[in-house]
Structures are given as structure tokens and as C-alpha cells.
Design a protein around this ligand. Structure first.
Ligand code: GAF
Length: 383
């Protein structure tokens, strides 16, 4: 779709097509900006960028909607890009061009974007966009095929584009997932050290499925809730005299809770217990005990709902209905306040869970959710 639209717009083939996936985070929510642990896997849903280099330092960006309609933004001069302006939907690709210029990747380009990562669904459509554009601009500058180390560096650049150019204070989970995930695996990432381990993850082989329930309640990380939580955890770390909440151990948690003001306690408790849940999940997966991960998903959801307070009625309903219909465990994923939940279900119980969630939404008068099975797919690359 991106290549065809590129030919329509520019009258010649693109030099290449680069694409990047959205993600599901199995567990480890709101731990990334606390230097903690995360365990995402890539979705088959991808954002593709068809591109060709330009010698004049101009960046043109067009997107193709699901209805095939092409929307083209005003051309931008890369050397003149500065954080803080409002460029509408083109802010994300512009931010990536800005950050890459700071890294010495300076050319202009024509880009045409198309994909099927649901937007505002907590499945990392923004990171997919950033990472596809980053790989395209790097590839057009002759820097294709980044190795694993370079991918982690590009993820940090993409995060910087989002933090400094777009102005959204996210961690690096989504960009790392989009760039570093490998098909058939979940990515165990220690955000502080950058250490990564590919953990084989094959739910189908265990007779299980991971269902994604997109509540279709749009979430936006630029809204204050996400930044408030982030600042709260940073403040707690400061008061505790540690670099990040990652440094608080489960054994040290009671003392830490006594040392911070009441309103910060639930935030600290969430981060510390969530990091432990990630470590436990990785152990269970290594032992081939995916079925036992369910209670950890449930505990993660309770913690996000009651301590971190980033859930939403639709997410709670999806989780409760899935569990009542036999799911082994379920939780909201991503930043929260809307977006998606996941449910770990037995293959033969999938339909019952889907029906129960859909019926629950209808009874509550919520918009019908979109439900699909998530299978770990490949990370970003050239097509
Ligand atoms: C969003 C952010 F972009 C991530 O960095 C992460 O903090 C996540 O919310 C919560 O775990 O996806």
C-alpha cells in the first residue's frame, strides 16, 4: 500500500520500504521510566514507510488511510526543524528527522506511510511510526541492517524524538519492543543496563492464546495522567535517595513506604511489586509454565488499577469478564486510561471469553471492543 501510494505521488518506485511493529507488553507496566524490567513482544501489525532520499534537505511525508486516501503534509526543511512547534500529525516523523540530524544523518527524504497498527489502542502505534521512519531515514543514508546494539541506540533516539520534539514523557519500552523483538519470543529487557534476553514464547504450543481486547477508548500519553505518575515515582526516588525506584528491593519496600508521603506510597508499591512480577514471569516461561503466569497478570492489573490508578472502567470490565469466563489471567497493558487489555486463555476457552467480553461491553453500553489473538512477530526491518 505504501509503495503504491509512493508511485502515485512521486511517479517512481521508492528506494525501499522499512516497517516496524506495534507491541503487546506481557508484563512490566510503568516500570520502564523507573529503570526496571519489561517483557513485551511484537505484534504482526506494522507501520510501513516507503521512501526515497532527496538531496535538498526537504522532508515530505504522506500517509495512506485504511480507506486508501492519501494525506500529504506540508514539506519540511530538516535543518530548520526545532522542538516545540505544532506540526499536527507530522510531528512524529519530523521529530525523528530532527533527532537523526543531531546524530549526523542529515538528508531529506520523501516518505509515504501506511500500516495497520491500531492508533490510540495502547499497542504502540506511535513507536511503530517513529521506528519505521528512523529505519527508513537511516537506510536511505546508507545505514541499513542495524545490529542488535545499534537497534537499542536507535530506540533511544526515537524515545528522545518523542520526549523532546513531540513533548510526551514516555519511557523506552515501546521503541525497544518495536526494534529489538524477535519472532516467537518475548523480549526481557532490563531498562537500566540495557541487557536483553529473547525468551521463547509460544502460547499455541502450550494450548493457550493471548487475546488482545482493544476497548476502543482512545488513550493519549500526552494527557496529564501519565506525566503525573512519572513525576510521582521520580519524586519518590528522590525522597528515598535512590537513582530510581528500581533500586528499592521487595525486602526494602516496607521501610521505603514508611519514608514517603502517603500519596506516593501506592506508586512505589506498584513499581517494586511489578518488577518482581516480571522476574517471576521470566522464570515461569523458562520452566515452560506459561499456564502459571495467569495469576501474575491478575496481580499486575490489580496493582495498576488500585495502586497506580491508570485503569479505566472499560479495561476493568474486559479483565473481569475475561476472568469470569475462564481466562487464566488478564490485565490492562500500556500507559492506561483506555487502550487495550490482554487475557491469557485456553485455546478451547477462547470463544467463551470473547463472547463474555463482548456481551459485557454491550450490557454496559460501551462501544463494541475489537478482540484478536496476539502472536509474537518480528521486530522492525527493511522489507
Ligand atoms: C506507554 C509508554 F510509552 C511506555 O514507555 C511505558 O511507560 C508504558 O506506557 C507503560 O508501561 O506505552
Amino acid at each position: 500500500m505504501a509503495a503504491e501510494a509512493f508511485r502515485t505521488l512521486h511517479g517512481h518506485d521508492p528506494t525501499g520500504i522499512w516497517s516496524a511493529p506495534g507491541r503487546v507488553n506481557l508484563i512490566g507496566e510503568h516500570t520502564d521510566y523507573n529503570d526496571g524490567f519489561v517483557l513485551p513482544f511484537a505484534l504482526p501489525h506494522r507501520l510501513a514507510a516507503a521512501g526515497a532520499a532527496r538531496a535538498d534537505g526537504v522532508l515530505t511525508v504522506a500517509t495512506v488511510g485504511s480507506d486508501g486516501r492519501i494525506q500529504q503534509a506540508e514539506p519540511l526543511r530538516v535543518p530548520q526543524l526545532r522542538p516545540g512547534g505544532d506540526l499536527g500529525w507530522v510531528t512524529y516523523p519530523a521529530g525523528v528527522a530532527w533527532v537523526l540530524r543531531e546524530q549526523g544523518v542529515d538528508g531529506g527524504a520523501d516518505l509515504v506511510l501506511a500500516g495497520d497498527v491500531p492508533t490510540g489502542a495502547g499497542l504502540s502505534s506511535s513507536a511503530a511510526l517513529e521506528c519505521a521512519v528512523a529505519l527508513a531515514l537511516l537506510g536511505l543514508a546508507g545505514r541499513d541492517d542495524p545490529d542488535d546494539r545499534a537497534r537499542a541506540e536507535i530506540a533511544r533516539w526515537a524515545q528522545r524524538a518523542e520526549n523532546e520534539f513531540v513533548g510526551v514523557p514516555t519511557g523506552v519500552l515501546d521503541q525497544m519492543a518495536s526494534l529489538c523483538c524477535v519472532e516467537g519470543h518475548a523480549l526481557f529487557l532490563d531498562v537500566r543496563t540495557g541487557e536483553r534476553e529473547q525468551v521463547p514464547f509460544d502460547a499455541a504450543a502450550a494450548g493457550l492464546r493471548v487475546l488482545v481486547v482493544d476497548t476502543r477508548v482512545k488513550h493519549a500519553l500526552g494527557d496529564s495522567g501519565y506525566g503525573d505518575r512519572r513525576r510521582g515515582t521520580e519524586r519518590a526516588a528522590e525522597l528515598l535517595g535512590v537513582e530510581a525506584l528500581r533500586d528499592v528491593t521487595p525486602e526494602g519496600l516496607p521501610t521505603a513506604l514508611d519514608a514517603v508521603p502517603a500519596k506516593l506510597r501506592p506508586l512505589v508499591r506498584h513499581v517494586v511489586t511489578e518488577n518482581e512480577r516480571v522476574l517471576r514471569t521470566v522464570e515461569l516461561l523458562a520452566d515452560g509454565r506459561l499456564v502459571d503466569v495467569g495469576p501474575l497478570l491478575d496481580a499486575s492489573h490489580r496493582s495498576l488499577r488500585d495502586d497506580y490508578r491508570v485503569s479505566a472502567p472499560e479495561l476493568d470490565l474486559a479483565v473481569d469478564a475475561a476472568r469470569e469466563a475462564g481466562a487464566l489471567g488478564a490485565r490492562m497493558i500500556g500507559g492506561g486510561f483506555g487502550g487495550s487489555a490482554i487475557a491469557l486463555v485456553r485455546a478451547d476457552g477462547q470463544e467463551a471469553v470473547e463472547d463474555a467480553v463482548t456481551a459485557g461491553f454491550a450490557r454496559a453500553g460501551f462501544r463494541a471492543p475489537r478482540i484478536f489473538v496476539a502472536v509474537p512477530a518480528a521486530g522492525a526491518g527493511r522489507e
